[in-house]
Write a protein that binds this ligand. Structure first.
Ligand code: HPA
Length: 270
């Protein structure tokens, strides 16, 4: 893995990805932030050595180097999901590469189903904590002490100071955000009514199929994380209607405007 990481990092440095302290992951239906970037270099995942190839249609799949609010950022437009058949190592490989390119703070977005009955579709939730229900962990296997410790502390997976900054920005700009717990579900089938009941009892506010693997690896490598879920649909087990992917993408597009403002303002302050 160390060799692969070095090859990929050297390749990206050679094409111009120099030092960037901030990394951003854009989730499903949330690629619009790209239009706010001064893009310097953009490369498709399939052209990056050792990167897995994106398979889901709604993910454009490229790594972008540029400026947001005058700050140098590396943006993943589209991510890799465990349900696509990638290994946990593959899903989280780009996070390790970002760290080697200088990233110290990672901003993560995702689309998620709302479990908390107070949440509305097309609203935002800051992640305060998570529960990993994907039956795997990216840190299983040999630990490379150069990359991080064997046993990673997870008492504060999402940085408290970054959370506070986002809450202050939201308050100042009159953007409504909730704060809660994200549970990662393996997917790709959506959850049953009984599973939604279980997820609620477990203490989660939203459910999605990503984010947790990347956040675990970011913590392993000492990267500070802030993450936001866009609530795309309501998962009420007693009034469950079949999910339409168009509706999810529609709601993602509505909430994305506020997400872009929050991330942009946060980047300004970093
Ligand atoms: N489950 C339910 N609804 C969702 C999800 C999910 O994983 N992601 C987005 N909406």
């Amino acid at each position: 893995m160390l060799d692969k990481l070095n090859t990929t990092t050297d390749y990206l440095k050679n094409i111009g990805f120099k030092d960037a302290h901030i990394g951003i992951i854009l989730g499903t239906g949330l690629g619009g932030l790209v239009n706010h970037l001064d893009i310097e270099y953009s490369i498709e995942y399939k052209d990056i050595p050792h990167f897995p190839e994106a398979t889901v249609e709604s993910h454009s799949g490229s790594l972008i180097y540029g400026k947001l609010e005058g700050k140098q950022v590396i943006v993943m437009s589209g991510r890799f999901h465990y349900y696509e058949g990638y290994s946990m190592e593959e899903v989280t490989f780009p996070i390790r590469v970002m760290k080697m390119l200088g990233v110290r703070t990672l901003l993560v977005s995702n689309a998620a189903g709302g479990i908390n009955p107070d949440y509305k579709p097309a609203s935002l939730m800051i992640l305060d904590d998570h529960i990993n229900m994907i039956p795997a962990n990216p840190l299983v296997g040999k630990n490379y002490s150069k990359l991080g410790p064997r046993f990673v502390d997870m008492s504060e997976p999402y940085d408290g100071k970054l959370i506070k900054k986002m809450e202050d920005i939201a308050m100042r700009l009159n953007i409504h955000v909730n704060k809660g717990v994200y549970v990662s579900w393996i997917g790709p089938s959506l959850e049953t009514r009984a599973e939604y009941r279980f997820i609620k009892i477990m203490g989660a506010d939203v459910v999605g199929m990503s984010t947790v693997p990347e956040v675990i690896v970011a913590n392993h490598m000492g990267i500070k994380v802030a993450a936001i879920s866009v609530v795309t649909d309501l998962c009420d087990p007693d009034n469950l209607v079949p999910v339409k992917i168009e509706d999810l993408l529609n709601n993602a597009a509505i909430a994305e405007k506020d997400l872009i403002v929050l991330f942009s303002e946060l980047v300004k302050e970093l």
